[in-house]
Design a protein around this ligand. Structure first.
Ligand SMILES: Nc1ncnc2c1ncn2[C@@H]1O[C@H](COP(=O)(O)OP(=O)(O)OP(=O)(O)O)[C@@H](O)[C@H]1O
Ligand SMILES: [Mg+2]
Length: 316
């Protein structure tokens, strides 16, 4: 196992294509589709690789689509630890309508996962050695209990690995009830953790502090899209705006941000720079079309810019 391990319980093959115009009833002739391995943790592993780091991706995969998924990830040079399941890995469909340039994302529910299958992911981690960071990201498929990330948090403590969870709703609540290293909610996810409709930026910091003070997590990064993000711990609050860039697609911004921050922690960057590197990676992902994640050269330029170094500003 690498020092960084990602965990994806509901991975998907993302199939992207374009059509001239989306209309009902007619046959919609699509362009040659592109197949990519996706899902929260898997995307974090792919972004880490793009940034020059390495990780092991643990994920559930089943059926023919599961085998294809493994092949796609192997082709990208990602170290995999596959937990085989009986049902098929899901396939999502992403279609860009060329007439409007709008993107439609059809997300399938995913397979029903058996108890021994999800339990195996926990067993693998419990028996692992040398893991410093575990990044669990994405939704839970049917059959996986809502407290899965809470159970994972208990195992992370046992093997003294730092757990980062990026998910939403009840699964996220269970993670903080057990206590973990870091969560990265966006404003919507933090609001629902607080049980309110909407939080303002200043209330977000207070909400983050409350969760930290009661032992929910050591660090929280509240991400606010184009407005940037705040990193909150017991003693500090760092705010950092997102650099203004030409936005193409925000798909994968959150996963790229998490990848950047975990690499920043592993490389021993000061906390402020961990946040800046995360924002640089998240923002860099928005500069690419479709499902493409961040490019290293964009991340390094944006990072230097955020640190106040004189660099050629990309696109303002
Ligand atoms: N429109 C944007 N312009 C610049 N940077 C952006 C934009 N959207 C996202 N980012 C960058 O990516 C980070 C994460 O984005 P966001 O807050 O939207 O996370 P998210 O809602 O979890 O995203 P995802 O849908 O990928 O899970 C932001 O903090 C910011 O640095
Ligand atoms: Mg997110």
């Amino acid at each position: 196992m690498e020092k960084i391990v990602t965990l994806t319980l509901n991975p998907a093959i993302d199939k992207s294509t374009t059509v001239n115009s989306i209309v009902p009833d007619k046959k919609l002739r699509c362009s040659v589709p592109k197949f990519e391995p996706g899902g929260g943790g898997v995307n974090v592993s792919r972004a880490i690789k793009k940034l020059g780091g390495s990780s092991t991706a643990i994920y559930l995969a089943g059926g023919h689509s599961g085998k294809y998924f493994e092949h796609l990830l192997f082709a990208e040079g990602i170290n995999s630890c596959v937990v085989e399941i009986e049902e098929q890995t899901r396939e999502n469909l992403i279609v860009v309508d060329n007439s409007s340039n709008l993107q439609y994302r059809f997300i399938m529910p995913g397979p029903e996962v058996r108890e021994h299958e999800w339990q195996q992911c926990l067993n693998i981690l419990e028996k692992s050695s040398g893991v410093e960071y575990i990044v669990a990201s994405g939704s839970l498929p049917n059959g996986v209990p809502e407290d899965f990330f809470g159970r994972l948090a208990a195992i992370a403590k046992k093997i003294t690995a730092k757990l980062v969870v990026d998910t939403s709703g009840e699964p996220l609540r269970h993670a903080i009830n057990e206590g973990l290293f870091m969560i990265k909610p966006n404003m919507g996810e933090l609001s629902s953790l607080k049980g309110v409709e909407e939080l303002h930026a200043e209330d977000a910091i207070r909400a983050a502090k409350e969760i930290i003070n009661r032992g929910g997590c050591e660090m929280m990064v509240v991400s606010m899209g184009a407005s940037g993000a705040s990193l909150v711990s017991k003693d500090i609050v760092f705010n950092c705006p997102s650099p203004v860039v030409k936005r193409r697609s925000t798909v994968g911004a959150g996963d790229s941000m998490v990848a950047g921050m975990v690499l920043g922690f592993l490389r021993g960057l000061p906390l402020r720079e961990v946040l800046q590197y995360g924002i640089a990676a998240g923002t860099a992902a928005t500069m690419n079309t479709g499902t493409e994640l961040c490019k290293k050269e964009d991340v390094e330029k944006l990072f230097a810019y955020l640190k106040g170094e004189k660099v050629e500003v990309l696109v303002t």
